[in-house]
Design a protein around this ligand. Structure first.
Ligand SMILES: [Zn+2]
Length: 331
């Protein structure tokens, strides 16, 4: 395991973006960018891997694009410099800004799993289904994904490679379960693994981990298999899109699996008891609540509210219910 994360340039002059807390140097030329999703601080991260072929992992939402552009500028990556934009999956908190970022950085190739590629070229169906889920909240939370010219999109399948320059590579590994078009991304040499949402969410303020099991793609067996794929990569560090780096890798991946299994178990019990969705959500939320410091007495209520925007109990329970409905023997 690599523990020395202080060997990179931790004290770059990154100007106002650093002063405002948007950019955090994580060592080894990796920079966390707070995309300020829906103007929340510290909820959705993008990451710059700085090199002679700079690569942005996750764009954040469309309204975040100017924040990300300014952060990249502060890090010395101008409009002609960005080589690659990769998204772990096309949910709007991760990829909503792809079209805007592609327009701002006209030399960047956009890399995405093949099952997500056409939605980046033509977002109309993705936006219509997001509108059904989020209603009027869609605009404030995520804005609108702009289309990306198809000839700038590179679709990857089971695995794919992004050239980071100087002999470094970013490898994508198909990791469905949270979404059927999800990939994790591991950097050769450093062992940094960008986990997207496949390992759930990590709350740095409390150290909590919660599952992210939304409809319509959540699948228990597939999600757990993706976590095994991640473990087999023997990463040195995990970088959560929500939110930040974690170096206790084995512990975090075990906890991710445990969280998913627990929520499936509780939701299965609620379903067997014949509860409707609202009551099932209430029951599962109540039964899992004490696991999370974010809900403890005296904890900041704004913090819990913030993380409920991206992995809420209603979203998780309805995703698991949807999967149970699809897979259960009706008899
Ligand atoms: Zn997400």
């Amino acid at each position: 395991m690599v523990a020395a994360w202080d060997d990179g340039r931790m004290t770059d002059d990154i100007g106002t973006a650093a002063d405002s807390g948007v950019v955090t140097a994580l060592g080894r030329e990796v920079y966390q960018i707070d995309t300020r999703m829906a103007w929340y601080p510290g909820i959705t991260a993008g990451y710059l891997i700085r090199s002679d072929r700079p690569c942005l992992v996750e764009t954040g939402t469309a309204p975040s694009a100017p924040v990300v552009r300014d952060a990249l500028a502060a890090l010395g990556v101008g409009p002609g410099d960005l080589a690659t934009v990769v998204v772990t999956h096309i949910h709007l908190d991760h990829a909503g800004g792809v079209g805007d970022i592609a327009a701002m950085f006209p030399g960047a190739e956009v890399v995405v799993h093949e099952l997500g590629a056409r939605h980046l070229a033509d977002p109309s169906r993705l936006m219509a289904s997001a509108r059904m889920v989020y209603g009027d909240e869609l605009d404030a939370l995520f804005g609108a994904l702009a289309p990306t010219p198809a000839d700038r999109i590179r679709a990857v399948e089971g695995t794919g490679v992004v050239d980071l320059g100087a002999g470094r590579r970013l490898e994508s590994h198909y990791s469905p379960g949270h979404a059927r078009h999800h990939v994790g991304l591991v950097v050769s040499v450093s062992g940094d693994l960008y986990v997207g949402d496949a390992a759930g969410i990590y709350i740095p303020e409390t150290g909590d981990q919660r599952p992210a099991t939304p409809p319509p793609d959540f699948n228990l067996g597939v999600a757990l298999e993706s976590l095994r794929t991640f473990a087999a990569l023997r990463p040195a560090r995990l970088l959560f899109s929500h939110y930040g780096p974690v170096t206790a890798v084995g512990e975090a991946l075990d906890r991710s699996a445990e969280e998913i299994e627990l929520w499936v178990e509780e939701t299965t019990q609620a379903r067997r008891a014949g509860l409707d969705l609202d009551h099932a959500v209430a029951m599962v939320a109540e039964r899992t609540r004490e696991r999370y410091k974010v809900f403890a007495a005296g904890a900041d209520p704004d913090l819990a509210a913030k993380y409920d925007r991206i992995a809420s109990a209603p979203s998780n329970v309805s995703g698991i219910m949807h999967w149970l409905d699809k897979t259960s023997d009706p008899a």
